[in-house]
Design a protein around this ligand. Structure first.
Ligand SMILES: *Cc1c(COP(=O)(O)O)cnc(C)c1O
Length: 433
């Protein structure tokens, strides 16, 4: 094995394998949700013992440059000293108490100051809480039922939006109308289908669906969504749970000059501490005050203190420019290496949230084999989900990733004719909406 972070330990007879066997006995399927490795190549570790900066260590002590950033929460680096210090200081004072800490007001003020469309904030735990609250707020505001969502867009794992419908009812999404992202005509058709019953339009800041090329928002689509809401009284909701603060120090649709009525935030806003948020304009304030939403941990002060420290770092540091620079370096280097080895990549989306697919790889077999090679060399990449860069990464990290990519393309050439698709993935894709 060549490459800078070559994995010292094999996963055969490993701690990871032993943990998976124990998990299989006490956790359904051994693991669930997006962090289950059942849909990834067998070379991927399931468990991580530790994270620091841009790196993770698996249960066997192998180190990886983590290009997934926890699927989004890691914005500034694992174990960020200032954010952890703010959280620890709050921990000494109190966390989940009988009422919220003063830090909640400070945090709401900080969000309203940073995000241009927002006049108020509510805090919750997961992105799904925020998107579900947005839907309820839109229905409370309009007393109408229909919501428009783009086909394939992810808004969370509640019955109304989960991508795998098992255990949900058609009734759960009976009032969802789908359109195609970036397609003005299909958006207009969806609005027409809603008639005078439209409560809201959900918009991803850019198309970041799994398995397909990413697309930046086209301005005409974003503006039309705004107009339809203005014409009908429906609320425009930007789901910034994934892209929030990765494209802008503001709502992501500030880039196309469109202000939503509501925006949903999560993942990165406290650099990994569990908190999410619904932000809104004055127009939606009364409706947001009418819905009953809450949770045992929603008012916990430690994640709020961490979020406040994260917002300060977002305002004060060059984290965004830095992750863009590194993203450009990664994209250009991968393109060069792939071409040199005879592979054609499709690298789409913002450079700091890259998705890497291969041309002529409809069943992902090449992508799976390449990502397995990368993981064996200590670079954690994903074969079908967008990745994330964090501010703790360095040029040296990217150079190491590119060196591993070079070796991985080389190894892939030899394997190319023997590749087969991943059976679990094929079955899952068949079961999706
Ligand atoms: C992750 C995500 C959600 C759901 O957030 P959770 O914290 O997993 O509930 C919603 N929308 C988008 C765009 C996401 O990426």
């Amino acid at each position: 094995m060549t490459g800078p972070n070559a994995r010292a330990n094999s996963l055969v007879n490993s701690q990871d394998r032993a943990l998976r066997e124990r998990a299989a006995a006490v956790i359904p399927n051994g693991m669930y949700g997006h962090e289950s490795v059942r849909l990834l190549p067998p070379e991927f570790p399931q468990f991580f013992a530790r994270g620091q900066g841009a790196h993770l260590w698996d249960a066997d002590g192998n180190c990886y440059l983590d290009l997934m950033c926890g699927y989004g929460p890691n914005l500034l680096g694992y174990g960020h000293p200032k954010i952890d210090a703010a959280a620890a200081a709050q921990q000494r004072l109190g966390d989940a108490m009988t009422g919220p800490s003063p830090v909640m007001v400070e945090l709401a003020e900080a969000f309203v100051a940073l995000v241009a469309h927002a006049d108020w904030a509510m805090f919750c735990k997961n992105g799904t809480d925020a998107t579900t609250m947005a839907m309820m707020t839109a229905r409370a505001h309009t007393t109408k039922r229909k919501i428009i969502v783009a086909k394939g867009a992810y808004h969370g794992a509640a019955p109304w939006c989960t991508p795998v419908p098992t255990g949900t009812l058609p009734d759960d999404r009976a009032h969802s109308i789908t359109c195609l992202y970036n397609d003005v005509e299909s958006l207009e058709a969806a609005a027409a289908a809603a008639g005078d019953d439209l409560a809201g339009i959900f918009a991803s800041p850019f198309k970041h669906d799994a398995f397909v090329d990413q697309q930046l928002p086209n301005i005409a689509y974003a503006k039309r969504a705004r107009e339809i809401c203005d014409e009908t009284g429906a609320l425009l909701i930007v789901d910034d749970v994934r892209a929030g603060f990765r494209l802008a120090r503001d709502c992501s649709w500030s880039s196309v000059g469109v202000k939503p009525d509501l925006s949903c935030w999560g993942k990165s806003i406290a650099n990994g501490y569990p908190i999410s948020a619904l932000l809104g304009a004055d127009k939606a304030r009364a409706a947001a005050g009418l819905i009953y939403v809450t949770g045992s941990f929603w008012f916990a002060a430690v994640p709020m203190a961490a979020a406040l420290a994260t917002l300060r770092e977002i305002s004060a540091s060059e984290y965004l420019e830095r992750s863009e620079q590194l993203g450009l370096m990664l994209r250009a280097g991968l393109r060069e290496a792939a071409t040199r080895h005879g592979f054609a990549l499709r690298q789409t989306g913002p450079v700091q949230m890259p998705l890497i697919l291969f041309e002529e790889d409809a069943d992902f077999r090449i992508g799976y084999a390449w990502s397995a090679q990368m993981v064996k060399r200590g670079i954690y990449v994903h074969p079908w989900h967008n990745m994330f860069l964090c501010a703790a990464m360095t040029e040296r990290d990217i150079a190491e990733a590119l060196q591993a990519a070079d070796a991985s393309f080389e190894a892939l050439k030899a394997q190319r004719t023997q590749l087969v698709p991943h059976t679990g993935l094929m079955a899952m894709l068949a079961a999706r909406h």
